[in-house]
Ligand binder design. Structure first.
Ligand SMILES: *[C@@H]1O[C@H](CO)[C@@H](O)[C@H](O)[C@H]1NC(C)=O
Length: 281
């Protein structure tokens, strides 16, 4: 607790108002894909495409240290088997931190799998997977990451699907000192994505298209060492799940969870990682 309030005090001292905008022209760079990523509608919409030669991707211009990040996404429709559409935060360097949303495509009419992971100081292996309770290819839905000093929460349309608590007290590293950028990509992973790689990408359906809009980073921008935070920082800095949120998390886990590394005893014959015995929210 004492340590947390110290971190907090130093952030408050450095706090400057930074506005959270929602336009791809000002907020992101398309970094790969040789023209396969495109900004449309004056930067309101960004489309990534994938064909046999390449996928595509973009990244935020800013790097952030804590915040709340929303992205609206409409996933590849029809036969999307083998494709992976991502939206994630990551730092650079060898012992990196990363918070991942990855959407594994499927054959027409079969469900996408939302694959999540958290890396702290280079260590990942914390996969949780879910089905969604809607068809993510018909309309835009909002996928959010809340990242504050106490927890990381993954939300789908405001419903928490996963919480990674700060369990430094139990000896588990937590992302808190490396700035992360926001990344998104559409790529081919037919060696593992759909039913463990059994179903291959159908290139006759290419180009595959995933659409993004409404990127909002209500966050602390890690510019030249000193973070500057959005005015509404107070809203997310201490945020956890209230009782309604905890109920929704349970609903998702009970009804939509496909895989949880914390229940995969075969994978951890020597015992589960320490964070697996922490409270769920
Ligand atoms: C694809 O559909 C199959 C059959 O319904 C299902 O078992 C699988 O989890 C789905 N998702 C992926 C990514 O394979």
């Amino acid at each position: 607790m004492a340590k947390l309030s110290l971190i907090r005090a130093s952030f408050m001292a450095a706090m400057v108002v930074a506005s959270a905008s929602a336009n791809f022209l000002s907020d992101v760079d398309i970094t790969w894909g040789d023209g396969r990523g495109k900004m449309l509608d004056n930067g309101e919409l960004l489309q990534l495409t994938l064909d046999r030669a390449s996928g595509s991707g973009f990244q935020s211009k800013q790097a952030y240290l804590f915040g709340r990040f929303d992205m609206k996404m409409k996933l590849v429709p029809g036969n999307s088997a083998g494709t992976v559409t991502t939206y994630y935060l990551s730092s650079q360097g060898p012992a990196h931190d990363e918070i991942d949303f990855e959407f594994l495509g499927n054959t027409s009419g079969e469900p996408y799998v939302l694959h999540t992971n958290v890396f702290a100081q280079g260590k990942g292996d914390r996969e949780q997977q879910f089905y969604l309770w809607f068809d993510p290819t018909l309309a835009f839905h909002t996928y959010s990451v809340l990242w504050n000093p106490r927890r990381i929460v993954f939300y789908v349309d405001g419903t928490p699907v996963r919480v990674f608590r700060n369990s430094e007290g139990a000896g588990v590293a937590y992302p808190k000192s490396q700035a992360m950028r926001v990344y998104a990509s559409l790529w081919d992973a037919d060696d593992w994505a759909t039913r463990g790689g059994l179903v291959k990408t159908d290139w006759s359906q290419a180009p595959f298209v995933a659409s993004y809009r409404g990127f909002v980073a209500d966050a602390c921008v890690a510019a030249s060492g000193r973070p500057s935070c959005s005015a509404s920082k107070a809203g997310w800095w201490d945020q956890g799940l209230d009782s309604g949120g905890a109920r929704k998390l349970k609903w998702v886990r009970d009804n939509y969870m496909v895989y949880d590394y914390c229940r995969d005893a075969k994978r951890f014959p020597g015992g589960f990682p320490p964070e697996c015995s922490q409270p769920l929210d």
